[in-house]
Design a protein around this ligand. Structure first.
Ligand code: ADP
Ligand code: MG
Length: 204
């Protein structure tokens, strides 16, 4: 699947910058129920992506996604680095030859499955998966207006992690005390989805 190089560049840049702008918020969320590094981990990873923006913009999209996934694995660290790395790499691997919704939904499903396998996790455990799965559901639902709903669905899903008790990652060590806080990985996932949709809908 090919994208216009200018669009590809704007998408990558928007996702990276959106995550970096929210570093402090992600740090604060992770400080509440983890070790406080999620924002800095993600900032390091996406700074590496931005450093290679010229390269990632002109590569075929599947190769670009795989390359960014590898950069995230190497630079983000923590639990989230391998998980987001798996998401990007699996998405690149499964990307359809032509851009069409059903093929994209299928590729995103494969990417979400890769995260689940890597994290030995599933929906409802207060992780990034709690955002990725509802986003996939919107992609798979061919009835509605896709762009309008994807970002909203991601944000709602991130908010919906607040009352959940964590069952994966560091937050799970807190047991009941993880209740009442948004999961940092769910928040970072929603930021990325909304950044993509802002570009696709001409807001960025
Ligand atoms: P660490 O927990 O090693 O400090 P980060 O703070 O960067 O790593 O990332 C924490 C986020 O990673 C969590 O908020 C959660 O969304 C996600 N996460 C952690 N463990 C898992 C897992 N097993 N499956 C899916 N997501 C996970
Ligand atoms: Mg952390």
């Amino acid at each position: 699947m090919q994208l216009d190089a200018d669009l590809q560049r704007r998408l990558i840049k928007a996702v990276a910058e959106r995550v970096i702008v929210h570093t402090d918020e992600l740090v604060a969320l992770d400080r509440a129920i983890g070790d406080g590094d999620h924002g800095l981990n993600m900032k390091r990873g996406f700074a590496a992506v931005l450093a290679d923006l010229d390269k990632f913009s002109v590569m075929p999209l599947d190769e670009s996604l795989k390359g960014m996934g590898m950069a995230l694995v190497m630079k983000v660290g923590g639990a989230s680095g391998p998980l987001y790395g798996s998401l990007f790499m699996a998405l690149g691997k499964a990307l359809p030859a032509q851009a069409h919704r059903a093929g994209l939904a299928k590729a995103f499903a494969a990417a979400v499955d890769a995260v689940k396998a890597r994290g030995k996790s599933d929906v409802g455990q207060k992780t990034m998966i709690d955002v990725l799965v509802p986003v996939l559901a919107v992609l798979q639902d061919t009835a509605g207006d896709l762009p309008a709903r994807l970002c909203a669905a991601a944000q709602e899903a991130a908010t919906a992690t607040i009352p959940v008790r964590a069952q994966r990652g560091r937050a799970s060590f807190l047991g009941e005390r993880s209740i009442g806080h948004m999961d940092p990985g769910a928040r970072s996932a929603s930021l990325m989805v909304c950044a993509v949709m802002d570009v696709m809908e001409g807001r960025a």
